[in-house]
Write a protein that binds this ligand. Structure first.
Ligand SMILES: Nc1ncnc2c1ncn2[C@@H]1O[C@H](COP(=O)(O)OP(=O)(O)OP(=O)(O)O)[C@@H](O)[C@H]1O
Ligand SMILES: [Mg+2]
Length: 257
């Protein structure tokens, strides 16, 4: 345990469709390619991350068992078609946990179990649903770092206040949550709105916004359809370059914050 510093990164944003799942997969894939063992957690009952990387029909054990305390964490970790890249998958039945089993132990299940595997997997990265409900709160209670994707649209930025409040509350119970950062995504350089809102965000949050911008790039969407990472599907695309740059910036932050 000497020198061990947990790195549990939660990607959160209650707005839907803003690139949470895409970032979890692309950042993890970038680090895995560079030899780092990464564990992804799918805590979204939509199971998009799981479907992006595994054959959904083959999943027998899912993250519900962890929330219910019915299986040990190491039995839930699955390999993926990519070296160094692992996942605890979910099935849509996870909805039942949220609807029926909201006890304290469900909220703290990740906090309790993740440190156990953080030495084997130096980076653990959690995908969350588009809500500030049980699964996002449970992830925030376990996280050491929070990364927020922001699409430069009016509604996405409007929602940031609620998210920041939730992060603040989680911090009161989770002193291990050290740092929060933002990045701009789905950026469309042809629109004035993208430019204006990105400038506003940088003015408001300053250095908390990463320099890298993830542009809207069709190869990213296509790669998901092909069930591949962007680096496998189209290594020379703008999307691959953006996520590679973001992965470097995030890594420096994780190692130093
Ligand atoms: N940089 C990008 N360029 C083009 N399309 C993208 C990009 N990033 C994400 N997408 C597409 O946008 C859609 C939403 O992305 P994603 O599923 O990652 O968002 P999300 O925040 O996880 O959504 P949800 O809140 O529903 O979980 C997907 O179809 C994805 O392929
Ligand atoms: Mg998602």
């Amino acid at each position: 345990m000497k020198g061990y510093r947990p790195k549990i990164l939660c990607i959160a944003q209650q707005k839907g469709g803003v690139c949470k799942t895409t970032s979890v997969l692309s950042l993890s894939a970038a680090w895995a390619l560079r030899g780092k063992k990464v564990l992804m957690l799918d805590t979204d009952p939509q199971a998009n991350l799981t479907r992006n990387i595994l054959d959904y029909e083959t999943i027998e054990k899912d993250i519900s068992l962890l929330y219910r305390g019915q299986e040990s964490i190491d039995k839930l970790i699955r390999g993926t078609p990519y070296e160094n890249l692992y996942i605890i998958p979910t099935r849509t039945a996870l909805n039942r946990v949220e609807n029926l089993e909201r006890s304290l132990s469900t909220f703290t299940a990740l906090k309790k179990n993740l440190p156990e595997v953080n030495e084997t997997f130096p980076y653990i990265i959690i995908d969350t649903p588009p809500s500030l409900g049980l699964f996002t709160i449970s992830a925030l209670l376990a996280a050491t770092h929070v990364l927020v994707p922001v699409q430069p649209t009016f509604f996405c930025q409007e929602g940031l206040g609620d998210l920041n409040e939730t992060i603040k509350e989680a911090r009161e119970s989770n002193p291990g949550l050290k740092s929060v950062r933002y990045f701009i995504t789905l950026y469309d350089k042809r629109t004035v709105i993208s430019q204006d809102l990105s400038d506003t965000l940088r003015k408001q949050l300053g250095k908390m916004v990463f320099k890298t911008i993830v542009h809207r790039n069709i190869a990213v969407e296509e790669s998901q359809y092909a069930q591949k990472t962007i680096f496998d599907y189209s290594p020379r695309s703008r999307g691959a370059a953006d996520f590679k740059a973001l992965a470097k910036e995030v890594e420096v932050w994780l190692e130093n914050a």
